[in-house]
Design a protein around this ligand. Structure first.
Ligand SMILES: [Zn+2]
Ligand SMILES: [Zn+2]
Length: 368
């Protein structure tokens, strides 16, 4: 079928909307009419050629939500008309997938960034020329997409579907890191460096977990104010005094630090502010490299923990986040600003500049 999709081409400032052809879903796949899709910094980095290398041209987007329109063969758990949130792709057969830990699937990187299905094919083309797709198993900057059944998490039809896409990456990454990867328990303190969408999701989750000290550190006064409203007990503007202030708040150090930034200096602070046997989690790589102080890691029994997708299984964790949302404990809609799909350039810029915490592209209504 003919669809509209925002195509990333090398050297362009942002993806631009073009007409593409989308294959019918194959066995184990579904076709989704996209309601809306969030923009994540991973999309920005990949488009600019700064993240994990990806083939171009490609359709990015990995925070899609929509309605199932067609089923490939053998799909049993989903039906036409179901509302779904799309999350990362995984093989379903490797040891981590079988253990319910699909973010650490052995094929996760290839299935997320390879621009194709596992067999190398893409469901997207333009005038007979292939266009890369299946970004994180979805490529949701489009009116329609093909996704593996495994990536589509069914949600209730009375929920505001056009706002649910960010649950698939930004929200699951921040909240999953706190609740699944760290398993923060009541009484355990946490400091969160960088309160964009991932950091703010972590703030809300830390409050759910019962952390007594939830310290948000950022350079933006606006975001710190929002962090305070969402549950941070302390908000600190990052500067040369931050290390000292953190010591005043938790004399023995924090049990957990969660770093959403790529700033080498913050990586150092995120380890130095820890208590004995504390854990420093991080979700992106330090820009320009960074060398940890092995002596203090050793002497203090501290841990550095990389976390992908919050370490959470989307099929189990996204419904849990929606339960918290229903109870008013996870008001992630406060991070969202909606843009019509055709204003993707403006939304892209707003995301890059940090003017909007979580831009969400709302697709045009179906003509059918
Ligand atoms: Zn993302
Ligand atoms: Zn796997």
């Amino acid at each position: 079928m003919r669809i509209e999709a925002a195509v990333s081409r090398a050297g362009e400032a942002h993806p631009t909307i073009e007409a593409l052809d989308l294959e019918e879903p194959r066995a184990g796949e579904v076709r989704v009419r996209v309601a809306a899709a969030g923009i994540c910094h991973t999309d920005l980095y990949c488009h600019a050629g700064l993240g994990v290398p990806i083939p171009m041209p490609i359709v990015l987007g990995h925070e899609g939500a929509g309605i199932i329109e067609a089923l490939g063969g053998g799909v049993r758990e989903l039906a036409v008309g179901d509302h779904v949130v799309l999350s990362g792709a995984s093989c379903g057969r490797c040891p981590k997938c079988l253990a319910g830990r699909p973010t650490y699937c052995r094929d996760a990187m290839k299935l997320s960034f390879g621009g194709a299905r596992a067999d190398g094919s893409s469901p997207l083309s333009q005038r007979g020329e292939p266009v890369h797709g299946m970004f994180f198993g979805q490529s949701s900057f489009a009116t329609h997409l093909i996704a593996p059944e495994r990536s589509a998490v069914k949600v209730a039809k009375d929920l505001p579907l056009h706002r649910l896409g960010p649950l698939g990456c930004g929200m699951i990454t921040g909240a999953g890191s706190v609740l699944e990867a760290f398993r923060v328990a009541p009484g355990q303190s946490i400091v969160i460096f960088g309160v964009g969408s991932v950091g703010l999701a972590a703030v809300m989750a830390a409050r759910i977990a019962g952390a007594p000290s939830i310290v948000a550190v950022d350079v933006s006064a606006e975001r710190l104010r929002l962090a305070g409203e969402l549950g941070a007990t302390h908000t600190l503007r990052f500067d040369a005094t931050t290390a000292g202030v953190l010591r005043e708040i938790e004399r023995d150090g924090f049990i957990f630090s969660f770093n959403t930034t790529n700033v080498a200096e913050v990586f150092t602070l995120a380890v130095e502010c820890l208590a004995m046997e504390g854990t420093a989690g991080f979700v992106t790589r330090p820009r320009g490299g960074w060398t940890p102080n092995m002596a203090t890691l050793l002497a203090c029994g501290r841990k550095l923990q990389g976390i992908l997708g919050g370490g959470a299984a989307p099929q189990r964790f996204i419904p849990l986040l929606l339960d918290y949302w229903g109870q008013g404990r996870f008001p992630f809609e406060r991070l969202i600003e909606e843009f019509p799909f055709e204003r993707i350039g403006e939304a892209w810029e707003a995301c890059a500049q940090g003017a909007v915490v979580k831009p969400v592209l709302v697709m045009p209504p179906s003509e059918a």
